[in-house]
Design a protein around this ligand. Structure first.
Ligand code: ATR
Length: 266
C-alpha cells in the first residue's frame, strides 16, 4: 500500500575482528535471490563483551545473528534453546531471537562443510579414510555430520594429543575416531585431509609431511582466502594434489543459517 514503510528485518555477523567477513555480501546476495527483505551487517563486539553486546542488539530488535571467531562457545553458553547439532558441537554459529524473548542457537558449520564436499565438490565420503588436522572448536563443529556419512575411519592429528583424545571420547557414541601424533602419521595414505588448524592464520602449515599424500588424495582447508590461495592449499597443489579452500563451506553454512531465519533456500 502506498505510504506504508517496508519492514526490514535486521541480521548481523558478530565477531572480533569481523570487518573482513564475507557474510554481509553473501547474505545480501541470498536476499536478492529469494526476494526476502532484510539487512545484514558485520558488528565487532569487544572480546570481553560478547554477552552484553548480544543482549543490547536483541533489545534493539535484531532478529538473528551469525557468530564467528572467537565467540562461538560464548554464543552456545548464551542460548535458552539449542538444536541437537549445536549441543553436539558445543558451539553456536547461528542465533535466532524468538518472539517470546528466548535465544535459540544452531550450528550450521558441519552441514556447510558436508554440502560443500559432497554437493559442490562431488566427493563421496562413504568408506573413505579421512584425516583431520587440528582438534579445536572448528573440528568439534563438523565431526558429527562427517561421522554421519559413515567414512571408513576418521583420524585426528593434533599437537596437543589430550584435546584430540577428548574429542574422540565425546563423539564415541557416533563413531570411532583414531588419534595420531603428527610425527606418527608415517606414510599412511588418506582419501581426504581436512585442515582445521589455525596455523594458516599465520601463513604456517601444521607439521605434516608430503608422505601422507597420494595422487588421489583430496585436501580441504577450512580456512579461505579471497585473494591468494591459503598456505595449506598452496602446499597441496604444489605437490600435485587436488585442493580446495573453505569458501564453499562458508557459503553453504550461510545458506543454512538463512534458511533457519527465513525458511527460504537461496
Ligand atoms: P578453532 O575454533 O579455530 O578450532 P581453537 O579451538 O583455538 O580454534 O583450535 C586451534 C587449532 O589449531 C588447535 O587444534 C591447535 O592445535 P593445539 O590444540 O595443539 O594447540 C591448532 N593449531 C594452531 N596453530 C597451529 C600450528 N602452527 N600448527 C599446528 N596446529 C596448530
Amino acid at each position: 500500500m502506498a505510504g506504508d514503510a517496508e519492514v526490514i528485518d535486521n541480521y548481523a555477523v558478530l565477531g572480533n575482528p569481523v570487518s573482513h567477513s564475507l557474510s554481509p555480501r553473501i547474505h545480501r546476495i541470498f536476499a536478492e535471490q529469494t526476494g526476502e527483505s532484510l539487512s545484514y551487517r558485520a558488528i565487532e563486539l569487544p572480546e570481553d563483551g560478547f554477552r552484553d553486546g548480544l543482549l543490547a542488539l536483541k533489545r534493539e530488535g535484531l532478529r538473528g545473528a551469525n557468530v564467528t571467531v572467537p565467540f562461538k562457545r560464548q554464543a552456545w553458553e548464551s542460548c535458552d534453546h539449542l538444536s541437537d547439532r549445536a549441543s553436539a558441537a558445543g558451539a553456536v554459529n547461528t542465533l535466532s531471537f524468538d518472539e517470546d524473548g528466548a535465544i535459540s542457537g544452531d550450528n550450521t558449520d558441519g552441514v556447510g562443510l558436508v554440502r560443500d564436499l559432497t554437493g559442490n565438490l562431488d566427493l563421496s565420503l562413504h568408506k573413505q579414510k579421512i584425516l583431520i588436522l587440528g582438534a579445536g572448536g572448528a573440528v568439534r563443529g563438523v565431526l558429527g555430520p562427517l561421522l554421519d556419512l559413515q567414512p571408513e575411519e576418521i583420524t585426528i592429528a593434533n599437537r596437543s594429543l589430550d584435546k584430540a583424545h577428548q574429542l574422540a571420547l565425546d563423539f564415541s557414541a557416533r563413531g570411532d575416531i583414531r588419534v595420531q601424533a603428527y610425527a606418527d602419521l608415517g606414510d599412511e595414505k588418506f582419501d581426504l585431509i581436512i585442515n582445521a588448524t589455525a596455523a594458516g592464520l599465520q601463513k604456517k602449515l601444521p607439521p605434516i609431511d608430503a608422505q601422507i599424500l597420494c595422487q588421489t588424495t583430496v585436501c580441504y582447508d577450512m580456512l579461505y582466502s579471497t585473494d591468494e590461495s591459503t598456505t595449506f592449499v598452496d602446499w597441496a597443489q604444489g605437490l600435485g594434489v587436488r585442493a580446495h579452500d573453505g569458501l564453499g563451506m562458508l557459503v553453504e553454512q550461510a545458506a543454512e543459517s538463512f534458511y533457519i531465519w527465513r525458511k527460504a533456500r537461496p
